[in-house]
Design a protein around this ligand. Structure first.
Ligand code: 7TS
Length: 415
């Protein structure tokens, strides 16, 4: 008997106008580049145009009706985000442009105030450049040191290295991704956080790949900071979130000075605004924050446990099928339960960009390259990989088309 699917994918697909698109001379679009950005349901697109068509206005300032409606809708998304990740307080949610800006905010504000000469920041070899470069800039500026938790051949972090760093007593911050955008590895962040907190060290979790794909509870996890992007979870581009535990946020100096982040400005001094506005200088991306609210509603209605279940199902199927393709090298944990919906691979000595071009001829959109994780590429001893990444609207039939196109590439390149 067929097992019942976690999600009604057929119904879900109807909510995404772009999935009706044909590409490459009439082929159905098989979109498997969801780790880069996801597609947007009509509800999100409509929420954005509704704002521009009916109540476009700046927020937090004027008293006229449009301004009040826009402020209400903007702030409603903040509440939705807080509920979605189970933050204790709504004012722990700061809107940024993306996950990258959220991590940089921590590096520039908290980092500059707390990291001194000789201090260490611990990250890992699986990190995205967004969770490497800001810490390089900070430790170089302060005369500190960046340490890397290594990754083993199965794609798991070497926890004994982490323990060794913690014992050094000079660690000021730990910053790790909860899910690798290349290997798919789900990192045991709760364990990492518990061990750090035992030594009074705060932890930043890069949730860019985890929050869109599984239930994430910041209170249960007990992280001090978490960063993620709306565009990887059905929302628009241009909106990111930084969650900061209130007691940590209260002690942080502002990041960018300007309008909206102040209470009073005098010639030579300023009184800053309440949290979280103190960290949101300038007019924010109002329309897209409102659109993000619709994306959160959409995911909440599906249920994040079911989103995860669907992705395990698809990933398991893809791993089984791809293992059967001759010449394929797979990266990351072999068990679908230990990874998100990301499958990175190489096939023979075909360059990933050539492979992605052949895939495109079949209407299959995958990513090829270093995936903004060159430290990990070095560790894997490759210059690039190909990567298929899944989301709520992907089907096993699409995986079959992808595998068929792979076999075709193998024949073309005589592997
Ligand atoms: N952290 C992780 C783990 C990511 O995967 C990404 C983006 C980022 C941070 C940065 O997100 P942004 O919204 O600020 O750009 N990852 C990818 C990817 O895998 N392919 O394209 C972007």
């Amino acid at each position: 008997m067929m097992q019942k699917s976690a999600l009604n994918v057929k119904k879900i697909r109807q909510d995404f106008p772009i999935l009706k698109r044909k590409v490459m001379g009439g082929k159905p679009l098989v979109y498997l580049d969801n780790a880069a950005t996801t597609q947007k349901p009509l509800a999100v697109i409509n929420a954005i145009s509704d704002y521009y068509m009916n109540y476009n206005s700046n927020i937090h300032r004027a008293v006229h009706q449009l301004a009040e409606e826009a402020t209400f809708a903007f702030e409603e998304t903040r509440q939705k985000v807080a509920r979605f990740i189970n933050a204790r307080h709504t004012d722990e949610i700061i809107f940024t442009r993306n996950a990258t800006e959220a991590i940089n905010l921590v590096a520039y504000s908290w980092g500059r105030a707390n990291v001194k000469r000789g201090d260490r920041v611990v990250i890992s070899e699986i990190e995205h450049h967004s969770n490497i470069v800001p810490w390089q800039i900070l430790t170089q500026e302060k005369g500190g040191r960046l340490e890397y938790i290594g990754v083993n051949d199965s794609g798991y972090l070497k926890m004994h290295e982490y323990e060794k760093y913690l014992a050094s007593k000079r660690v000021k911050l730990v910053s790790v991704s909860q899910m690798s955008n290349v290997l798919g590895t789900i990192i045991p962040v709760e364990k990492i956080i518990k061990m750090s907190h035992e030594r009074g060290i705060p932890v930043l979790v890069d949730g860019a790949q985890s929050v869109p794909h599984m239930q994430v509870d910041v209170q249960k996890m007990d992280c001090d900071f978490m960063a993620f992007s709306a565009h990887k979870m059905l929302g628009p581009t241009g909106v990111g979130v930084l969650y900061v535990k209130r007691e940590v946020l209260e002690k942080m100096p502002p990041f960018m000075g300007g309008g909206d982040m102040i209470k009073e400005v005098h010639k030579y001094e300023t009184r800053y605004n309440d949290l979280p506005y103190k960290f949101e200088g300038g007019t924010p991306n109002i329309a897209d924050v409102i659109g993000f609210g619709a994306a959160i509603d959409y995911l909440s209605n599906l249920g994040m446990d079911r989103v995860r279940e669907h992705e395990i199902e698809i990933t398991k199927y893809a791993l089984e099928k791809i293992t059967g393709v001759k010449g394929v090298t797979l990266y990351g944990p072999p068990n679908a339960m230990d990874r998100g919906g990301v499958v990175s691979f190489n096939i023979g000595d075909i360059h990933p960009h050539d492979l992605a071009t052949i895939m495109n001829d079949h209407g299959v959109a995958i990513r090829s390259g270093h995936h903004c994780a060159q430290v990990l590429m070095e560790r894997l001893d490759v210059s690039a990989t190909s990567r298929a990444s899944f989301y709520i609207y992907n089907t096993k039939e699409e995986v079959d088309i992808f595998i068929g196109a792979l076999s075709e590439a193998r024949r073309l390149f005589k592997i």
